[in-house]
Ligand binder design. Structure first.
Ligand SMILES: *[C@@H]1O[C@H](CO)[C@@H](O)[C@H](O)[C@H]1NC(C)=O
Ligand SMILES: *[C@@H]1O[C@H](CO)[C@@H](O)[C@H](O)[C@H]1NC(C)=O
Ligand SMILES: *[C@@H]1O[C@H](CO)[C@@H](O)[C@H](O)[C@H]1NC(C)=O
Ligand SMILES: *[C@@H]1O[C@H](CO)[C@@H](O)[C@H](O)[C@H]1NC(C)=O
Ligand SMILES: *[C@@H]1O[C@H](CO)[C@@H](O)[C@H](O)[C@H]1NC(C)=O
Ligand SMILES: *[C@@H]1O[C@H](CO)[C@@H](O)[C@H](O)[C@H]1NC(C)=O
Length: 276
């Protein structure tokens, strides 16, 4: 077993390192859809004043069973081992007084925006070597948690709806970047416009900087017909009673925009544990 000292806490995260994420604009020389060709007069300001925090999230679905629903071995009252990959089309909730072991190489995914995988167990949460979890929100509450080498929780570009106080998403067609801790950036340089009229998406995590649990927001598009903005980053949260050991990766990036859209803003990674 890997010792703590051989582990590298490897967290790839845009969010709270890059509050103001530049839109992922790559302006090709021959691009007809270049940002400078756009009609900026059609733009409407997107500032929304802050309002009170959102109400508590809705209740989760009933817990799935280890063998019946997940094709695993054992039960969530003792130890449930998952040895085959699972692909869900809706939210997943797992509850029990035992442990969950996702064995080596197994992929647990719900690759839809906003899809959540919630694990609420009293025992151990273990991700084996090269295993992965892919979803919009991954929330794990456990006694302790261990992510082995090569394991990954990846919520990149799978954000669900931002909190109700603001969309976070730019509303014009300049292809600006999504907002999150700060406003998203815009490449527009027009001295006749106020900065707040050409900036990217609204800031919306102002109320929760010490407990980041928000999705990133989508980047803007450059087209009225098609949405080319990158998706916002999702959310990863661990609440662990004793210890978490991370030899794998936690990734909550915003999606790339490309030449026709702004990048999404990064999501949130929140880890609460007495020992890491
Ligand atoms: C299920 O788990 C038990 C106890 O860990 C083990 O003895 C058994 O071989 C496992 N069965 C399969 C099919 O993996
Ligand atoms: C998991 O499944 C693979 C093949 O599907 C098998 O070789 C391996 O022994 C299994 N591991 C466990 C711990 O059951
Ligand atoms: C986790 O499960 C316990 C029961 O084991 C329950 O009391 C608690 O409300 C659950 N937490 C969440 C966030 O659902
Ligand atoms: C994990 O992935 C790495 C890189 O792809 C590979 O070298 C290694 O053999 C894998 N380990 C297991 C146990 O699957
Ligand atoms: C996690 O907790 C279990 C029992 O609750 C213990 O056997 C195991 O050693 C713990 N693992 C870590 C990494 O602390
Ligand atoms: C995470 O998921 C995104 C979107 O599917 C993908 O582009 C990226 O390569 C993944 N990151 C890693 C480190 O696997």
């Amino acid at each position: 077993m890997a010792t703590v000292s051989s582990c590298v806490l490897h967290i790839i995260l845009n969010t709270f390192i890059l509050f103001i994420i530049n839109p992922s604009f790559i302006l090709g020389e021959n691009d007809e859809l270049s940002i400078v060709d756009f009609d900026f007069n059609s733009f409407n300001g997107d500032y929304t004043p802050p309002s009170p925090p959102p109400p508590a999230s809705p209740p989760h679905p009933p817990s799935l069973s280890c063998e019946g629903d997940l094709g695993g071995n054992g039960s969530f009252d003792t130890i449930c081992e998952l040895n085959s990959s699972l692909n869900f089309g809706k939210d997943v909730y797992i509850e029990g007084i035992g442990s969950l072991h996702i064995l080596s190489g197994v992929i647990v995914s719900c690759p839809m925006v906003g899809c959540s995988i919630l694990v609420n167990i009293s025992g151990e949460f273990v991700m084996g070597v090269n295993s992965s979890i892919i979803a919009g929100t991954v929330f794990v509450e456990a006694q302790n948690a261990s992510l082995s080498d090569g394991s990954i929780i990846n919520v990149t570009a799978l954000a669900g709806a931002p909190p109700p106080q603001t969309s976070g998403t730019p509303s014009g067609v300049q292809g600006s970047g999504g907002g999150h801790g700060g406003r998203g950036a815009s490449c527009v340089t027009d001295n006749t416009k106020l900065p707040e009229d050409v900036w990217g998406g609204d800031a919306y995590s102002w109320s929760s900087l010490d407990e980041p649990k928000s999705y990133g927001s989508k980047g803007g598009t450059t087209s009225k017909e098609e949405d080319y903005g990158g998706g916002g980053g999702g959310r990863i949260e661990f609440e662990v009673e004793s210890a978490i050991e991370v030899c794998g990766s936690l990734v909550a990036d915003g999606g790339d925009g490309g030449v026709k859209g702004g990048g999404g803003s990064g999501g949130s990674i929140y880890i609460k544990a007495p020992r890491m």
